[in-house]
Write a protein that binds this ligand. Structure first.
Ligand code: NAD
Length: 499
């Protein structure tokens, strides 16, 4: 019996009307169907957006400290439910349980950040911009905001958006990935249990039709998107043409640069987690390792040994370090990339196709390692989003930086070295949004803003941190003067009060 994933509109989980098309979801580890999700079109999106529009005036006028209190309670509920959420993520996405636990924690951190909204939303004042005239700027919420999220972080990425939007006084319609929709519904149910008024947070499901209807809805003022580059470009263009505020976080091809003076055990450990963790399905996953100078030969041997020992399995298997890919279609796509890498004459140092689990039911592909990869090869250019690492050689740090900067994406990068001078040069010159120095995945932290550069991001304001607060609020600047004599006005008011 398949579970029917509900919509969440106006404070209630409800089934989609029978006429709405449905997608059957299969568990990534086994290929077994477990649920079906409605693929909404304009009608359901309109109902959700209207519920959010109706809820907005009351929520906007709720004092920010009361809004923050709801989030404090939400934070507690999320923590109590964190293990269930992690298990849900691990089942629906396939990532390992420790990875899923980390994801939930990162999401909770955004709620903690948003609890500070009474401070974060403060404006600015200048007294006496002219004699007797004061000017202040205040930040006000926009109205209904929309979030469109990818499959690879079913909890964390939605929570990059709605806790900040809601704490700032907006209402929200979330359209999670249709491939992992259950976690979003649970997040909305918990928010209601925490005291969030009906209609403030709504969830609809679907693909392109739902996304386009949400962007086009006249009640939606701002759109936050995270996903692949072609869709990010589409969302950015479509929302921008309608004069809406938009931030679109996009695809990636992250390089990790290894200097010959690195601390080898930490470097290899870091690359294993960053390259193969979550089966490479992270926007911050390392996809290209750049070996500088004579680091290459040592590196490839150590990487082959370590990757060959990684424990692949169902996400809940004790000790599993890497789970399956999200769908059968994505597995076929990743296998196609490996075949093209071989055709293009990259050296296949470890063939994930030969891993015993690759041939079994479920979407497993074993860790794969290519050496001698050249920038013109398709495995270098494509965002594979799978457990496939490419090693490229560079003669100098200068050359490695030029390679990173020449890539159209600029999401994350890292340098492993013991040279402060090399690290300083790298940090200064590299054209990438998130940089790790001896840290393989510079993870998003709620109180900083997060995003890539170049084709990894379309927009101006990044997610969460101070940028997130700015994104979900609009500045109003008020200039005021008051006539008469403050003394006598005060006396008049006092007389009225005493009557
Ligand atoms: P995706 O682009 O296929 O889907 C993202 C969202 O867009 C989903 O909600 C989906 O329903 C919707 N969508 C899909 N096709 C659409 C279309 N034609 N028109 C309108 N909407 C459409 O992405 P995905 O496969 O779910 O996620 C993986 C991608 O997300 C990778 O490229 C990864 O790098 C990226 N990502 C980026 C970041 C970041 O911070 N930059 C974070 C996580 C994931």
């Amino acid at each position: 019996m398949l579970e029917h994933v509900p919509l969440f509109i106006n404070g209630r989980a409800e089934p989609a009307p029978a006429a709405v098309e449905r997608l059957v979801l299969e568990e990534p580890a086994s290929g077994e169907p477990y649920a079906e999700v409605p693929l909404c079109a304009a009608d359901e999106v309109d109902r959700a957006a209207q519920a959010a529009q109706r809820a907005f005036p009351g929520w906007r006028d709720t004092p920010v400290i009361e809004r923050a209190r709801v989030l404090f309670r939400y934070r507690q509920m999320l923590e109590s439910e964190s293990e269930e959420l992690a298990r849900l993520i691990s089942h629906d996405h396939g990532k390992t349980l420790p990875d899923a636990r980390g994801e939930v924690l990162r999401g909770i951190e955004v709620v903690e950040f948003a609890c500070g909204m009474p401070t974060l939303i403060q404006g600015a004042t200048v007294q006496d911009v002219a004699r007797g005239i004061d000017t202040r700027s205040i930040r006000q919420p926009l109205g209904v905001c929309a979030g469109i999220t990818p499959f690879n972080f079913p909890v964390m990425v939605p929570m990059w958006m709605f806790p900040v939007a809601i704490a700032a006084g907006n209402t929200f319609v979330l359209k999670p990935s249709e491939r992992v929709p259950r976690a979003a519904v649970r997040l909305a149910e918990l928010a209601k249990e925490a005291g969030l008024p009906d209609g403030v947070l709504n969830v609809v499901h679907g693909g392109k039709a739902a996304v386009d209807a949400l962007i086009d809805h006249p009640g939606v003022r701002a759109v936050s998107f995270v996903g692949s580059e072609p869709v990010a470009r589409h969302v950015y263009r479509r929302a921008g043409e309608q004069g809406k505020r938009v931030q679109a976080l996009s695809g990636a091809k992250n390089h990790l640069v290894v200097m010959p003076d690195c601390t080898w055990d930490k470097t290899i450990e870091g690359i294993m987690g960053a390259g193969y963790g979550s089966a490479g399905e992270r926007c911050m996953a390392v996809s290209v390792v750049v070996a500088v100078g004579d680091a290459g030969d040592v590196l490839i041997g150590k990487l082959r040994d370590a990757a060959g020992k990684l424990k692949v399995g169902r996400g809940t298997d004790p000790g599993a370090e890497m789970g399956p890919l999200i769908t059968r279609q994505h597995k076929e796509r990743v296998l196609g990339h490996i075949a093209r890498g071989v055709d293009e004459k990259a050296t296949l140092a470890l063939d994930g196709r030969a891993h015993p689990l690759t041939a079994r039911p479920g979407n497993f592909v074993g860790p794969t390692l290519f050496d001698g990869v050249q920038p013109q090869m398709s495995i270098y250019q494509a965002e594979i989003f799978g457990p496939v690492l490419s090693v490229v050689r560079a003669a100098t740090l200068e050359e490695a930086i030029a390679l990173v900067n020449g890539n159209p994406y600029g999401n994350g990068t890292a340098l492993f070295t013991n040279s402060g001078a090399a690290a300083r040069k790298f940090e200064n010159e590299v054209q990438v949004g998130m940089v790790g120095l001896n840290v393989p995945v510079p993870v998003p932290l709620a109180f900083f803003s997060f995003s890539g550069w170049k084709n990894s991001f379309f927009g101006d304001l990044h997610v969460h941190g101070r940028d997130g607060v700015q994104f979900y609020t609009e500045t109003k600047t008020v200039t005021a003067r008051w006539f008469g004599d403050g003394e006598s006005a005060g006396a008049r008011n006092m007389t009225i009060a005493l009557r």
